[in-house]
Design a protein around this ligand. Structure first.
Ligand code: SF4
Ligand code: SF4
Length: 371
C-alpha cells in the first residue's frame, strides 16, 4: 500500500474552513473505502477531563467534522477511548464533545470490553478493545503533543488507548524503563488496529512537558491526515524540524522496513525551528553495577511542585510501580522503584508534576562522556 499523507494549513478552529479542509483530506484518502451500514470507531485523544484551550485533547470540532463526513456514507459511528483519568462522561462534557456533537446520530461508548489478540513477537497475545478490533474501520484522531517519556504522542501512540483501563499501566510496568521496547509495543498495537485514516489535530498543539497539564499549548495551524499512522508521524517530525528516527515508534517502523522517503506527501508546510521538546535525558546509562545508584540519585525523574499539588491521589493510584505515595505536603517518590514511565505526569490534573534530570547526573554524564 502506498503511504499517503496530506497536510493542510488551518489557522484556527473556524468551523467552515476546518470542515472544508477535513472533508478534502478524507476525500483524497478514503477512495471508496466505506459502504453504508459499516461500523466505525472514531478514536480521538480523550486522555482526561480538560477544556479545549489546554490542547490536551483532540478538538471537538475536528471530531464533529470527521463525524459529518462519515455520516454522508450512512456509517454506524461510535466515538470511543479509554481515559487514563476521570470518567468518560466527564471527559466528554469538559472537553466540549457533548455540545459540539449534539443532535448528530452517533454513540459515545467507552472502551470496556476486550479481546485477546496476537500482536506478534515478543509480546504475543494482549487484551485490546473489542470494539476497535471488531469495527469495520477505526478512524484515529490524535492530538499533536509532546510526551515526556516518548518525545511526542501522535498517530501510533494514540492507539495505545485501545489498551483498556488499568491494563495500560500494567504494560508500562512490563516493558519497564526500556523506551524502545515500549515503542515496539505501540507500533505492533497500531499495526494490529490498522486505522483506515489517521488525522492529527495540530491546529492548537502542545509543546514542552506534555502530554498532560504541564505541557504548553502552541498554535501550529496544521492538520495532517494519512492512510498510515507511521506515515503521518514521519511527516510531523519533518514539520517539527527533527529527523523521523528521533521518534522511537518511527525507528521501530523503519527497522520493520518502512522507508520514510516512500511516503507520498501532498501539501506544503513550514518547518519549525523553535518547537520545544520535553526534557529527555537518558533513562539509564553507564555500566550495570551503578544502575541502582543512578536510579536513586542521578537520572531524570518525576518531581513535584509542592505549591501545585493538592494531594488528590490520581498519581499514586495510577502509578504502575507503586513508586509514589502521599507525602507530608505533596507526594513522595521511591526512585529505586520508579520505572520512569511518566504516567503520573500524564494524569496529574493540576500540572504539579514534571520531568527533571538532577544536576549531578547531567554533570556526571558530561564529565564521563557516558550516554
Ligand atoms: S501530584 Fe498531581 S496527581 Fe499527584 S496528588 Fe498531587 S495534584 Fe494529585
Ligand atoms: S512514579 Fe511516575 S514515572 Fe515513576 S513509575 Fe510511577 S507513574 Fe511512572
Amino acid at each position: 500500500m502506498t503511504q499517503r499523507v496530506i497536510v493542510r494549513k488551518q489557522a484556527d478552529y473556524d468551523y467552515t474552513s476546518l470542515r472544508k479542509n477535513i472533508f478534502s483530506i478524507f476525500e483524497c484518502l478514503t477512495n471508496g473505502a466505506f459502504s453504508a451500514g459499516q461500523r466505525v470507531v472514531v478514536k480521538p485523544n480523550l486522555l482526561s477531563p480538560a477544556s479545549e484551550e489546554k490542547a490536551m485533547l483532540t478538538h471537538p470540532l475536528v471530531v464533529k467534522a470527521v463525524v459529518e463526513y462519515l455520516l454522508e456514507y450512512a456509517l454506524k459511528i461510535t466515538i470511543s477511548d479509554s481515559p487514563a483519568m476521570g470518567s468518560f462522561r466527564k471527559v466528554l462534557k469538559e472537553g466540549g464533545y457533548l455540545e459540539a456533537l449534539e443532535g448528530l446520530p452517533v454513540q459515545f461508548r467507552e472502551f470496556k470490553e476486550t479481546r485477546m489478540v496476537d500482536i506478534g513477537k515478543p509480546f504475543g497475545e494482549i487484551e485490546l478493545s473489542k470494539d476497535a478490533i471488531e469495527a469495520d474501520h477505526v478512524i484515529n484522531l490524535p492530538k499533536l503533543k509532546t510526551h515526556s517519556q516518548m518525545l511526542l504522542t501522535l498517530g501510533v501512540k494514540n492507539l495505545f488507548g485501545c489498551v483498556v483501563g488499568l491494563s495500560k499501566p500494567k504494560w508500562h510496568y512490563k516493558v519497564g524503563v526500556d523506551r524502545k521496547r515500549f515503542a515496539q509495543l505501540l507500533y505492533q498495537i497500531s499495526k494490529t488496529i490498522k486505522p483506515t485514516i489517521t488525522l492529527i489535530d495540530g491546529v492548537l498543539a502542545m509543546e514542552g512537558d506534555g502530554p498532560g497539564k504541564s505541557g504548553t499549548p502552541r498554535q501550529l495551524g496544521v492538520l495532517i491526515g494519512g492512510n498510515s499512522p507511521v506515515a503521518t508521524d514521519i511527516v510531523v517530525c519533518r514539520i517539527l524540524g527533527i529527523e523521523p528516527s528521533r521518534l522511537l515508534t518511527n525507528t521501530v517502523a523503519l527497522e520493520d522496513g518502512i522507508e520514510p522517503d516512500s511516503v507520498v506527501l501532498e501539501g506544503e508546510f513550514d518547518v519549525l525551528r523553535d518547537f520545544r521538546f520535553p526534557n529527555m535525558g537518558p533513562i539509564m546509562f553507564g555500566p550495570e553495577r551503578i544502575h541502582g545508584l543512578l536510579r536513586r540519585h542521578l537520572i531524570e525523574r518525576p518531581v513535584v511542585d509542592d505549591d501545585l499539588c493538592r494531594q488528590c491521589g490520581e498519581c499514586w493510584r495510577y502509578c504502575p510501580a507503586s513508586a509514589l505515595e502521599k507525602g507530608k505536603y505533596a507526594v513522595r517518590f521511591d526512585y529505586e522503584k520508579c520505572i520512569r514511565c511518566y504516567c503520573c505526569v500524564e494524569v496529574c490534573p493540576h500540572g504539579a508534576l514534571r520531568v527533571k534530570e538532577p544536576l549531578a547526573g547531567r554533570a556526571l554524564r558530561k564529565l564521563t562522556g557516558l550516554k
